[in-house]
Design a protein around this ligand. Structure first.
Ligand SMILES: Nc1nc2c([nH]c(=O)n2[C@@H]2O[C@H](COP(=O)(O)OP(=O)(O)OP(=O)(O)O)[C@@H](O)[C@H]2O)c(=O)[nH]1
Ligand SMILES: [Mg+2]
Length: 325
């Protein structure tokens, strides 16, 4: 299982401890410490020579009196506070022994993941909360589907519980046809509680009430901050291919990014794939959850997660099969 690289920022292990009702455990930091008074996920500094998992076990014993039995990587990130740089290696603990108690006198509570409000946490926690709210796959519409095929595929896929985040990408359509299709697609997605990202002008995504905008290379270059009037939960995502575009996505404050091409694809046979090592290095530089795109299928999700990713994005291999295929 991948862990974050050792580096000079303060290394911290953070545990998102889940119960079987989909709630996670949060505790309040004492007033007199760094980020005092804010809610946090349990955890703490890794001691010299300690592995991530050793630090996890020690911190959860010291702070809560529990033993983690199984966990998986969630996200790694570096954050610059004015007074300190931290590197958070965040894991999701899915099973543990014991009953959590605030052994250092800290208040604790169980909260449904959807109710987590990043404003009550240290700034570095925003991507952690975002990672908890995003699925392990991001479906992108193929550009060879005409609008009718697209509607049929959306209708047949939206009942699948694995489908909860979709990007409407249709560069073959002119602006009017795209906007008409987007309105229909939004109505379909809303009915099923699926979030729809428009690969379009951010103002169009806002005006149509989409769940977010997906910035292609040009729109990421042109991005000058969130347009006014956006809902606070409106998602901004971007396509990233290298270190330069990852830096742009960081500066744009993206909620998540898609890194491609990770593996060879049928659509771009000539493009040199990044491979998993380079994907992991780019994911480590991100300040948000990262999906792997290019030759991906749902079977690649564990590999993407082991390399610091949120999951996979797909144009072909990630859509459920439909009877019209
Ligand atoms: N545990 C934890 N630390 C966090 C979170 N978010 C975040 O920015 N941090 C930062 O990570 C750093 C280390 O956390 P910590 O204070 O829990 O360390 P610790 O348990 O070893 O404390 P100690 O020094 O009292 O033994 C702090 O600067 C803290 O502000 C979070 O969600 N959980
Ligand atoms: Mg701590």
């Amino acid at each position: 299982m991948a862990t974050c690289d050792d580096r000079s920022p303060l290394p911290v292990v953070v545990a998102v401890i889940m119960d079987d009702q989909g709630r996670c455990l949060i505790t309040r930091r004492p007033q007199d410490v760094h980020q005092g008074g804010r809610w946090e996920f349990p955890g703490g500094k890794r001691e010299p020579g300690e592995s991530r998992d050793q630090a996890l076990t020690r911190e959860l014993a010291e702070e809560l009196g529990i033993t983690p039995l199984s966990h998986e990587p969630l996200i790694c990130l570096t954050h610059d506070y004015p007074d300190l740089q931290v590197h958070l290696d965040v894991v999701r603990v899915t099973d543990f022994q014991g009953t959590p108690q605030g052994l250092e006198g800290q208040p604790l509570k169980w909260v449904p993941v959807q109710a987590l409000d990043a404003r009550n946490f240290p700034k570095a926690n925003r991507p952690i909360i975002r990672a908890l709210s995003l699925p392990d796959r991001y479906l992108i519409t193929p550009d060879h589907w005409d609008p009718e095929q697209l509607r049929v595929h959306l209708e047949c896929s939206l009942g699948d519980p694995a489908v909860s985040l979709v990007q409407l990408r249709a560069p073959q359509l002119d602006a009017g046809a795209y906007a008409a299709l987007a309105e229909d697609a939004l109505a379909l997605c809303r009915r099923q509680g699926v979030r729809l990202m428009l690969n379009a002008d951010p103002a169009l995504a806002r005006d149509l009430g989409a769940d977010g905008v997906h910035l292609n290379h040009q729109r990421l270059c042109d991005w000058r901050g969130r347009p006014s009037g956006l809902a606070s939960d409106f998602l901004v995502a971007a396509s990233v291919h290298d270190e330069v575009s990852m830096t742009q996505a960081r500066q744009a404050g993206c909620d998540f990014v898609v890194v491609s091409p990770v593996a060879p694809t049928r659509t771009h046979p000539g493009a040199a794939p990044l491979g998993w090592t380079r994907f992991a290095s780019l994911a480590d530089q991100a300040a948000c959850p990262v999906y792997a795109l290019g030759g991906m299928t749902p079977e690649d999700i564990p590999r993407a997660r082991a390399h610091g990713g949120q999951g996979v994005a797909g144009i072909r291999g990630v859509w459920p099969a439909c009877s019209s295929d």
